[in-house]
Structure formats: structure tokens, C-alpha cells
Ligand binder design. Structure first.
Ligand SMILES: COC(=O)C(/C=C/C1=C(C)CCCC1(C)C)=C/O[C@H]1C=C(C)C(=O)O1
Ligand SMILES: O=C(O)CCC(=O)C(=O)O
Ligand SMILES: [Fe+2]
Length: 377
């Protein structure tokens, strides 16, 4: 079952941050000003032009051609094995990696970026023809807002369900720019293949049969969200996108060329920026893989911060099992003595509904599935 809008909710007035930036460049309405403890740290915002200790930390890079070519006999078994080991480390220790030589045409990456940017640059009245209704996640607006006193993100979003077709709301697919839909279809087809391949290698890295996830997922759900972060005169006070983990199995994130550095991941209690690599895609493990791997691979909390002068665009694809599928830790990865089962079994449609009807709040949403450990002594 697809996520559904909930009971009528009152979200109050939500400013469009792009318009705000245009008309009142130095005004930050109270709803965007974070409480002290929730503000981005100085090192990663105010001092972004000078170096900070986290600048030297980089998420792993996976060369997909080393994994793909194994099927064409152009990569040796040793090279394949080494890259699988790299993938295991990336998933186990980071939950995030960048993939190079992913096989998607660079012209397609450029085209999707172009149509996304062109869409956000349309007049507000045009974009508002595709409104995200309160409590829903598709269309143009701010997702995950459920009350009048909730702090807002310094971000405009445009999100669409793509596959299977029944999750689409055709009224929300824009007629401008003219090539938007065609480009999104081509891009999504390629990203879907990439997700399927990555899941195959992730299964191998977990010691599972390579097509186990593809067989389990049914017709996988795929959605895209385009995030546009205008510059902000006080990046130290606001959040571009609140800390969260993704509910998907995998997320594929494309960072706009020339955009500011904005994505940060929580590693060992420190927010580490993800430095864009030209033409690479950022991959992250979602809550669903955390559950399926019985916590061996964890979804990692991440957020986006804003920049004083530069804007930022990200194009994000969520790939998840069909809503009918029941999810739980793979039996091969559960061992009552050394690795007891950490998550209950549940229906993925129920999880999706729960995810999209709660505000983004770190990894809290995954409590839905966690088995609480009680101290029996
Ligand atoms: C931050 O995460 C999201 O915005 C998000 C939303 C995805 C969706 C749409 C934009 C439209 C169609 C439905 C769907 C919920 C997939 C994350 O998606 C994750 C969260 C769950 C759960 C999931 O399956 O994908
Ligand atoms: O814009 C970004 O880099 C982060 C986007 C993200 O995490 C999301 O859309 O779920
Ligand atoms: Fe995310």
C-alpha cells in the first residue's frame, strides 16, 4: 500500500525560501532559526572558506567498473574481490560511499541537473501548480512538516514517485521545462539499473546469493526528490535539511555541479562534509538494508547545511522494496549466540507510511522496527 495523506494537519505559513532570499535577502524568519543545540557547527558553515579538521576525511570511493566488468572477464577475480572488500568496508564503517565509473552517461547526469535547475528557476506561480499537500511527500514544497511550531528547513523540494506507475500522481509531473518528464524517465531507468547492480554486490559482500534482494523486493519502489538550497545570509542559524536516515534500501544522490559543499554525514559523533567528486554519485545505505543485514550495515544519519553566497542542488533517488513485501533480518545473518535478531518483521508499506508521516528526526524512525533489549538479570 502506498503512503497516504493523513488527517487534516495545520502547518501554518511556510515561506518559499527562494522567494524570501530574492525579496528580503537578510531576513531569517523565526521558524527557520534553530535552537542552539540544533545549529550547524561553526567549523562547517561560517569558516567554510578556511580549512576545518574534517576537510581531510573522505568517504570511500567504489569503482563500479571493477565489479561490473567481472561479468565480461575484463577484470581479474583478484580485482573483483578487492573491490568487494572495499564495498564491505564502505558499507560497514561508513554507510556512505561515492561510486565512480557507474556506467550512467554523463550527458544524462547533466540533463537531469539542467531540468531540475530550470524547474526551480521557474516563477513561483508556475511551481505552485504542483503543490505538495500538507502531510504528503510528492510535489513542490516542504515535506515532513506536521505542525505549526515545527522548525523548517532552508530548502525547496520537488518530489515525485516514479515506479511502479501506480505511485505516480500525473498531475504533479510538470509541463515546464518541456523535457522534464522525458529526462526524468531516462534518468530513472538508468539509476534503477545502478541500484539493482549495487544491491547484487551488496548481497555478495554480505555472503548472500547475489540476486536475493532483487527476488525479494518485487517491483521495487523508486522515487526522486530534487532539493534546492538557496544561499542563506546566516548559515550558522538554519538547517538546509534536518538530520535523518533514509527509509529506503539504497539512496543515490547526485550533487549539482558548481554547488556549494552541503551534505554532511555523522561519523563517530562528528559531522563530516561529503566533498563532491565530479561525475561521481553518492550512495547511502537506507534503513531497509540495516534491517535486512541485521544491523551489519547501518543507515547513517546525514543532513544538509547552507552557504552564505552559493546555492546548492541535489537530486536524490530512493530505491525500496515493493509495499507488499515483508521485511526482517535475513536468517543467514542472525545467530542466536553471537548476533541475535535486532529487528522485528514488518510490512514495508507500513514502514513507508510511518516514515512519511513523521518528521525527520535522526534515526528515530527506525525504532519502528527495533527489538528493544531488556535487561533480564
Ligand atoms: C527523506 O526521504 C524521503 O523524502 C523519502 C520519500 C520517498 C517517497 C516519495 C518522494 C514519493 C513516493 C513514496 C516515497 C515514500 C517512496 C524517502 O523515501 C524512502 C522512505 C521510505 C520508507 C522508502 O521506502 O523510501
Ligand atoms: O541534499 C543533500 O545532499 C541531502 C539530501 C537528502 O539527504 C535527502 O533528500 O534525503
Ligand atoms: Fe537523505
Amino acid at each position: 500500500m502506498a503512503p497516504v495523506p493523513i488527517f487534516p494537519i495545520k502547518v501554518g505559513h511556510i515561506d518559499d525560501v527562494q522567494e524570501l532570499r530574492k525579496t528580503k535577502p537578510t531576513t531569517i524568519p523565526e521558524r527557520y532559526v534553530r535552537d542552539q543545540t540544533e545549529r550547524p557547527t561553526l567549523a562547517t558553515t561560517l569558516l567554510s572558506s578556511s580549512s576545518s579538521p574534517t576537510d581531510d576525511i573522505h568517504i570511500p570511493i567504489i569503482n563500479l567498473s571493477k565489479l561490473m566488468k567481472a561479468n565480461n572477464n575484463t577484470t581479474t577475480a583478484d580485482e573483483f574481490h578487492t573491490e568487494i572488500v572495499n564495498l564491505t568496508t564502505a558499507c560497514q564503517e561508513w554507510g556512505f560511499f561515492q561510486v565512480v565509473n557507474h556506467g550512467i552517461d554523463l550527458s544524462l547526469l547533466e540533463s537531469i541537473e539542467m531540468v531540475a535547475k530550470d524547474f526551480f528557476m521557474l516563477p513561483l506561480e508556475e511551481k505552485q501548480k504542483y503543490p505538495m499537500a500538507p502531510g504528503t511527500v510528492q510535489g513542490y514544497g516542504q515535506a515532513f512538516v506536521f505542525s505549526e511550531n515545527q522548525k523548517l528547513d532552508w530548502c525547496n523540494m520537488f518530489a515525485l514517485g516514479v515506479e511502479p506507475h501506480y505511485i505516480r500522481n500525473p498531475k504533479l509531473w510538470p509541463s515546464k521545462p518541456a523535457d522534464f518528464s522525458e529526462t526524468l524517465e531516462s534518468y530513472s531507468r538508468e539509476v534503477r539499473k545502478l541500484c539493482q547492480n549495487l544491491l547484487r554486490y551488496i548481497a555478495v559482500s554480505l555472503g548472500l546469493k547475489e540476486d536475493v534482494f532483487e527476488e525479494m523486493f518485487g517491483v521495487a519502489v523508486q522515487a526522486v526528490r530534487m532539493n534546492y538550497y538557496p544561499p542563506c545570509s546566516r548559515p550558522d542559524l538554519v538547517m538546509g535539511l534536518s538530520p535523518h536516515s533514509d527509509g529506503s534500501a539504497l539512496t543515490i544522490l547526485q550533487q549539482g555541479k558548481g554547488s556549494s559543499v552541503g551534505l554532511q554525514i555523522l561519523k563517530d559523533n562528528t559531522w563530516v562534509p561529503v566533498q563532491p567528486i565530479p561525475n561521481a554519485l553518492v550512495i547511502n545505505i537506507g534503513d531497509t538494508i540495516e534491517v535486512l543485514s541485521n544491523g551489519k550495515y547501518k543507515s547513517v544519519e546525514h543532513r544538509a547545511v547552507t552557504h552564505k553566497e552559493k546555492d546548492r542542488l541535489s537530486i536524490v533517488t530512493f530505491y525500496a522494496p515493493s509495499y507488499e513485501i515483508e521485511i526482517g533480518p535475513m536468517t543467514e545473518l542472525v545467530d542466536d549466540v553471537n548476533n541475535p535478531c535486532k529487528y522485528r518483521r514488518y510490512n514495508h508499506g507500513e514502514y513507508s507510511k510511518y516514515y512519511v508521516t513523521n518528521k525527520l528526526q535522526g534515526k528515530k524512525t527506525l525504532d519502528f522496527a527495533k527489538i528493544q533489549v531488556t535487561n533480564s538479570s
